[in-house]
Design a protein around this ligand. Structure first.
Ligand SMILES: NC(=O)N[C@@H](CC(=O)O)C(=O)O
Ligand SMILES: [Zn+2]
Ligand SMILES: [Zn+2]
Length: 428
């Protein structure tokens, strides 16, 4: 198969938009730019991009696809379609499933479903402990052999320091990162949103910032002790950013991600008590939000990840004390980042693309996130000119639990290619 994408634009490292065509052959990039000769080449397909932006396929190191166990919320098929619609071509799925893929056999079962159903490249995380309880470590040697690229208990924190220490020591042996949802449950006190002026106003139990940051502080010292690569999920507080910045300066191998919703919204955007404003960690204060932006800009925060966390409509259409934590993100991330940060001049387009492609790929040595000659034709194409409203009926995901429904954005995905094949195309 030979494909030609014509009249696109790519962004270079200086943030210049450069007119470009892309020649794809047998699923690989054959040529990119304007100075290659295609005369005499019989293309199977020529697609006119009419000036749209071409990026490497986006990389999301944090999604929840809910299969097996909660397939009414999402499946590997629908989740990967949602990812493709967002321009993602490589995503990493969390193991808070039922059953938890905590044995080599269960892990292999999920991988079989991925092989069968996924429309983008999906990497399954292995858990740190059996059933995500902070007790017995999984067989890290066996799971590494079975293809686990990293270990995480996302959804819950590892509650005891001793378990985390042993997990880090073991993961370091196999050169695998420990990826941490940091939340000290003894500091939770039944909270359902950030503890601050809005929780007081709404009369809802708050989650203090130290619930997250104190566990990061503990883990950073254990990471220093063990030499493991320690990656922090969804950082949300200014204290978390501060201690990660200090740890990086001290030479600890720590990295972290931030979610679009924590960069864009704060507690002050919670207009009323509804489940779609509830996620873990919660929307924090405006000073926290600013610290996350600063953290990206100074390199403390390494990349952007969605934490795509689908839940059923009825589960989320409840008050915040009752609804489960989590919002969907795959289908809105690029448009939100473009609209809120690039258009407003806070980040450059090149920076946003970097944080959503090469940066996350480099963290875990994923073969993704770059356009290289001879490399896989994993590409996304975005149209940047048209304003549209985020509409839940459009979602490829089974779920549409997000507070961004109705928001007007720019940056619609036109096309997503995985190994040169269409994974998502607008209007199809
Ligand atoms: N982020 C969330 O609010 N929820 C996630 C779990 C998690 O990422 O911690 C989920 O699985 O629903
Ligand atoms: Zn989490
Ligand atoms: Zn998560």
């Amino acid at each position: 198969m030979k494909k030609l994408l014509k009249n696109g634009q790519i962004v270079d490292r200086q943030n210049e938009l450069i007119k470009s065509d892309v020649w794809i052959e047998e699923g690989k990039i054959k040529a990119i730019g304007l100075d290659f000769d295609t005369s005499g080449v019989a293309f199977d397909e020529i697609i006119d991009l009419a000036g749209a932006l071409i990026t490497p396929g986006l990389v999301d190191v944090h999604v929840h696809f809910r299969e097996p166990g909660f397939t009414y919320k999402e499946t590997i098929e629908t989740g990967s379609k949602a990812a493709a619609r967002g321009g993602y071509t490589t995503v990493c799925t969390m193991p808070n499933l039922d059953p938890v893929p905590d044995t080599v056999e269960r892990f292999a079962e999920v991988q079989e479903i991925i092989e069968r159903d996924a429309v983008v490249k999906v990497l399954q995380y292995a858990p740190i402990t059996e059933e995500l309880r902070s007790e017995v470590l999984v067989d890290m040697a066996g799971l590494t052999k079975a293809g686990a690229f990293a270990f995480t208990n996302d959804g819950v924190g590892v509650q005891t320091a001793g378990t985390m220490y042993l997990a880090m020591k073991e993961a370091a042996k196999y050169n695998r990162p420990i990826v941490a949802h940091t939340e000290d449950e003894s500091l939770l006190f039944g909270g359902c949103m950030h503890q601050g002026k809005v929780s007081e106003k709404l009369g809802l139990p708050g989650i203090m910032s130290a619930t997250e940051s104190s566990q990061i502080a503990r883990d950073i010292l254990l990471a220093e002790e063990t030499g493991v690569h320690y990656h922090v999920c969804h950082v949300s507080t200014k204290e978390s950013v501060r201690i990660i910045r200090d740890a990086k300066r001290a030479g600890v191998h720590v990295t972290c991600e931030v979610c679009p919703h924590h960069l864009i919204m704060s507690e002050e955007d919670i207009t009323h008590d509804h489940g779609n404003f509830k996620m873990n960690p919660p929307l924090r204060g405006t000073d926290d939000r600013q610290a996350l932006i600063d953290g990206l800009l100074d390199g403390t925060i390494d990349c952007i990840a969605t934490d795509h966390a689908p839940h059923g409509h009825d589960e989320k259409d409840q008050t915040m004390t009752k609804a489960p934590f989590g919002i969907v993100g795959s289908e809105t991330a690029f448009a939100l980042m473009y609209t809120e940060f690039v258009e407003k001049g806070i980040f450059t387009l090149a920076q946003v693309i970097d944080w959503m492609t090469v940066k996350p790929a480099e963290l875990f040595n994923l073969k993704a996130g770059r356009i290289t000659i001879g490399g896989p034709a994993d590409l996304a194409v975005f149209e940047l000119g048209t304003v549209y409203a985020i509409d839940d009926v459009d979602f490829e995901s089974k779920s549409s639990n997000t507070p961004f429904i109705g928001k007007e954005v720019k940056g619609q995905t036109l096309l997503t290619l995985v190994d040169g094949q269409v994974a998502w195309k607008q209007g199809e």
